[in-house]
Write a protein that binds this ligand. Structure first.
Ligand code: FAD
Ligand code: NDP
Ligand code: EPU
Length: 306
């Protein structure tokens, strides 16, 4: 996309504006082609200005969290990508409510809740995303989900309106909310928690963390689970039973530790990962008649279309 045009639209709207920024630097998979422009605003007013500028010029705008559930294709993303700046990390606990700006790590928010003797967010201590990403994905683990604890989220709509939405408004389902389809930007969230014993809560999360370290390939770049579990089944078990554990394509590999993780074992491309995703889907469909639906959000363009 024309750089001069982008500069005309966005200059001055955020303190950090990066052109042709490789998104591999911003995803946990360490994969992804360049964004035409990546904007990193510090304040809600700056976020709103970016949203309004994109709308006024009919430019696509994508909101990036920690990139821990994203596959950005090798051709990168056209239009603008917005990432909340480090200033979006404020957090406060009052009575039984924890509120955090959306750029805060959900892991750290969960630990702060525990330290305040509040229970409800423990499930999130192993989920390496932001508060905004966790709300968007209705992130969950160990039987808990964001939808169980979210009181309200403050969002900016695509026409720049700032509004508060309840858990019901957000249309939560398994690893799903209406945030992407409504093109909302989450800027803050409040969680309703219950009193709990800090020591007991810490023991609980320590045990979960040990289990995760044994069952998930945490030392290699990944996006967590690639596929949602089909109702009544486990994606990992289906992929393992199809004989695909350890299958490598280019520098991407179906993990030998956990079959629903694809790990980057070198400088993997998005095309390497997409090949494995499609191969797993086709093989599981043929062998078991089951459809594997990606949990990871696949965005951007193929290299050849640039
Ligand atoms: C090792 C590992 C373990 C994981 N374990 C789990 C797990 O147990 N459970 C689980 O649910 N997930 C897990 N994940 C996946 C991932 O961490 C979660 O989905 C997380 O919630 C994504 O947050 P993020 O900030 O990285 O969002 P991103 O990956 O950057 O984005 C995900 C989606 O959210 C949108 N988004 C992000 N921030 C905002 C915002 N502020 N406003 C509007 N939209 C936004 C993006 O546009 C995109 O659609 C794991 C990932 C890894 C790498
Ligand atoms: N980032 C990644 O790519 C990957 C992350 N993971 C896993 O995801 C989780 C999050 O990792 P990461 O992104 O590095 O972390 P974050 O930066 O999201 O969170 C780290 C913060 O969480 C708080 N915290 C973490 N552990 C504890 C604890 N035991 N007690 C008290 N506070 C704690 C601290 O916050 P504060 O200072 O505010 O108290 C710390 O600064 C970890 O379990 C990690 O193993 C796994 C694979 C990849
Ligand atoms: C990592 C994620 O979330 C994770 C979350 O951390 C864990 C813990 O609560 O439970 C889900 O994994 P999961 O269903 O694969 O959980 P696990 O307990 O590891 O495995 C489920 C079943 O599959 C079997 N299994 C697992 C791995 C494997 O290689 N082969 C296999 O057969 C296990 O034996 C077990 O019977 C979430 N994944 C999904 C898609 O729902 C994520 O969403 O990114």
């Amino acid at each position: 996309m024309d750089r001069v045009l982008l500069e005309t639209i966005f200059t001055g709207l955020a303190p950090t504006i990066l052109y042709d920024e490789p998104l591999a630097k911003h995803t946990t998979w360490r994969i992804g082609g360049p964004a035409d422009v990546l904007l990193i605003p510090r304040t809600i007013d700056e976020v709103r200005a970016v949203v309004l500028a994109a709308k006024a010029h009919d430019l696509p705008l994508f909101v990036l969290g920690r990139g821990s559930n994203l596959l950005v294709k090798d051709g990168g993303m056209r239009g603008a990508v917005l990432k909340l700046g480090d200033e979006f990390a404020a957090i406060a606990v009052s009575d039984r409510t924890l509120s955090a700006l959306a750029g805060r790590s959900i892991v750290s928010a969960a630990h702060i809740a525990i330290r305040h003797g509040l229970s409800g967010l423990e499930f999130a201590t192993g989920i390496p995303g932001t508060v905004g990403g966790a709300v968007t994905m209705n992130a969950g683990a160990h039987g808990g989900e964001i939808k169980d604890v979210l009181k309200q989220a403050t969002v900016i709509t695509s026409d720049g309106t700032i509004t508060e939405l309840s858990a019901d408004d957000l249309g939560f389902r398994y690893r799903h909310s209406i945030v992407p389809e409504q093109r909302l930007t989450v800027v803050q969230a409040e969680f309703a928690l219950q009193p709990g014993d800090t020591k007991q809560l810490q023991e609980k999360v320590r045990a979960w963390s040990k289990r995760r370290q044994l069952t998930q390939p945490l030392s290699l770049p990944s996006c967590g689970s690639v596929f949602r579990n089909p109702p009544g089944h486990y994606a990992a078990r289906l992929i393992e039973e199809a004989g695909l554990k350890g299958l490598r394509h280019g520098n991407a590999m179906i993990s030998e530790v956990h079959a629903n993780f694809i790990v980057n074992v070198g400088q993997a491309s998005a095309a390497d990962v997409l090949w494995l995703i499609r191969h797993a889907q086709e093989t599981v469909q043929q062998r078991f008649g089951m459809t594997l639906e990606p949990e990871v959000r696949i965005v951007g363009e193929d290299e050849t279309r640039r």
